[in-house]
Design a protein around this ligand. Structure first.
Ligand SMILES: CC(C)(COP(=O)(O)OP(=O)(O)OC[C@H]1O[C@@H](n2cnc3c(N)ncnc32)[C@H](O)[C@@H]1OP(=O)(O)O)[C@@H](O)C(=O)NCCC(=O)NCCS
Length: 156
């Protein structure tokens, strides 16, 4: 990553306030706290990780992003990924996504898929930069009628 010393680890209950802040800042229809609790503790197929910035000399640790991705047999789905707006476009999301791809490969996942809003060009560029390709559109996929772009990565 370009500037920061970061660690990726499993999300815990103590990360909920920071992850909820990131969710609320990033999405019009964010996960609710109960959704995150379900993903962390009950969903058997989910992997929920945070990425934490640390500065040892300042004794500082801050969660700056998170990802929720599912593995079912040989398929993976990225359900949610977000980076705090103050630090977007500085490589944090890429670190998270690279870790997801590495983990998927270790779990013998063949394809990683996701849906992204057609208007979210930054995210579409982000996924394309990591090898995802656009497969097709899902018309009126979102509650406001917006189409989703369905993207796929063949994990190699
Ligand atoms: C999408 C997101 C997770 C990417 O994480 P990030 O840390 O900002 O991305 P990176 O810094 O690793 O950027 C990698 C690439 O993504 C694209 N990108 C990311 N942010 C961008 C921005 N603000 N403007 C233009 N391109 C951007 C670029 O292609 C960039 O490559 P570059 O650095 O060579 O220009 C993050 O921007 C985010 O949380 N966005 C809001 C939530 C969201 O839309 N999540 C995805 C839902 S499907």
């Amino acid at each position: 990553m370009k500037y920061l010393d970061v660690e990726i680890r499993d999300m815990t209950d103590s990360d909920l306030p920071m992850v909820m802040e990131i969710e609320n800042l990033c999405f019009k229809h964010p996960y609710k706290e109960k959704d995150l609790i379900y993903e962390m503790h009950e969903n058997p197929v989910s992997n929920v990780w945070v990425i934490e910035y640390s500065n040892a000399s300042l004794g500082l640790k801050t969660v700056v992003g998170f990802v929720d991705y599912w593995v079912t047999f040989d398929s993976g789905t990225i359900c949610q990924i977000a980076v705090h707006p103050d630090i977007q476009h500085s490589g944090v999301g890429s670190e998270l996504l690279k870790e997801v791809i590495k983990d998927a490969k270790a779990k013998k996942v063949k394809t990683l898929t996701l849906e992204v809003r057609e208007s979210n060009l930054n995210a579409i560029n982000f996924y394309e930069k990591h090898g995802f390709v656009i497969s097709h559109k899902k018309p009126a996929y979102y509650s406001n009628g917006e189409d989703a772009i369905y993207m796929i990565l063949e994990v190699k």
